[in-house]
Design a protein around this ligand. Structure first.
Ligand SMILES: C[S@@+](CC[C@H](N)C(=O)[O-])C[C@H]1O[C@@H](n2cnc3c(N)ncnc32)[C@H](O)[C@@H]1O
Length: 335
């Protein structure tokens, strides 16, 4: 918001903010008609609480060009960031300003270099360990490259019958921790289950393939794009259990109770720093949502301090395996 606060750039009513993040610098009163695009549920809810209109996916805006100002906070994953810059330029009206900001530690310099390649020469400012840079749509830049980058985060089949796209968790591989959990999941999980932070559905698919006594399986995921992919991936399995897809902030608890829960909880937010409290919130949510005797199966980085939280929420906590710096834990609620 710095170039606007310093009046180097003008705020324009009815602007578009891709990857919008709520915060003290963003006041609804200063941005009449701003439309925010944010697919990460906790952020989307924070923006709504601050009075903004929020859409969960930029794909729904395709063809809706002509925005008078476009703001962009790109994701970390490079193809996804490049695709978002290309989409921002395509959505902007001719001559409209496209403005982006990136923290230095999240690769501000290379993000700016990418932006300049397709937008042309950019103005920029650097403060608070961030860079903000801007250019007018249509003011130069490589249009052919922009068209190629626009397709860079397209949905694709990354393994037989498995669909993904850059930007979602471990988009082009099975995460090594998740693979270890899959190796140790028992085939006796039964009844109503949930996968917390389900991503594209890797753990859920393993449960559905392996555990014939599962009646329902709800996937809770904050990233709208990952959840949509999970729906597609699991539908293709054609298993008889009924699958629920919930765009949901797991930190806020679950709306119903379960016989079992599987999870590879997040322990990073936007930055690089480890945030064990994210995973701990997942474990508290799991404890509160399990029926008496219900089981939690989880994988975590071995260093993560989850033991105390597990001890508080569960009657029995067992380390089932340790390998490659990860631990598999099975915990049970009191019967
Ligand atoms: C370590 S990944 C595991 C993904 C998937 N289960 C797998 O094994 O590949 C954690 C997932 O939790 C999601 N997540 C992060 N914070 C969340 C929250 N507050 N509520 C729900 N999901 C969240 C992330 O988007 C990510 O997909």
């Amino acid at each position: 918001m710095l170039p606007f606060a310093e009046a180097r750039l003008a705020r324009v009513p009815g602007a578009l903010f891709l990857g919008a993040r709520a915060g003290v610098a963003l006041h609804a009163s200063q941005w009449p008609g701003l439309v925010c695009v944010q697919g990460f549920r906790p952020q989307a809810q924070a923006l709504e609480r601050d009075g903004f209109a929020v859409r969960d996916d930029i794909d729904a805006l395709a063809g809706d060009a002509g925005w008078p100002l476009v703001l962009v906070v790109p994701p970390r994953q490079r193809e996804a960031a490049r695709a978002l810059y290309a989409q921002a330029l395509a959505l902007a009206a001719p001559d409209a300003m496209v403005v982006s900001a990136v923290p230095n530690e999240e690769g501000a310099k290379s993000a700016e270099a990418d932006f300049v390649r397709i937008a042309g020469p950019a103005g920029s400012l650097s403060k608070h360990k961030c860079r903000v840079f801007w250019a007018r749509a249509g003011a130069g830049g490589d249009a052919t490259l922009a068209a190629a980058w626009r397709e860079g985060d397209a949905i694709r089949e990354v393994a037989s019958g498995w669909w993904s796209r850059p930007g979602v968790f471990a988009w082009d591989r099975i995460d090594i921790a998740s693979a270890l959990l899959i190796e140790h999941l028992p085939d006796t999980l039964a009844g109503d289950g949930a996968d917390l932070g389900a991503g594209t559905g890797v753990l859920a698919a393993a449960v559905l393939r392996r555990c014939p006594q599962v009646r329902t399986l709800d996937l809770y995921e904050a990233d709208a794009r990952a959840l949509a992919l999970a729906g597609r991936n699991l539908a293709a399995l054609g298993t008889k259990a009924s699958v629920g897809l919930r765009w949901h902030d797991v930190g806020g608890g679950l709306p119903r109770r379960y016989d079992f829960i599987v999870t590879n909880p997040p322990f990073h937010a936007q930055g690089r720093a480890s945030r064990p409290e994210l995973g701990q919130a997942f474990l508290r949510t799991a404890a509160a949502a399990l029926r008496p005797g219900g089981a939690l199966w989880l994988v975590a980085n071995r260093q993560l301090p989850y033991e105390q939280t597990l001890g508080e929420g569960f009657a029995e906590v067992r380390t089932v395996a340790q390998r490659d710096g990860f631990k598999i834990i099975a915990a049970r609620r009191a019967a």
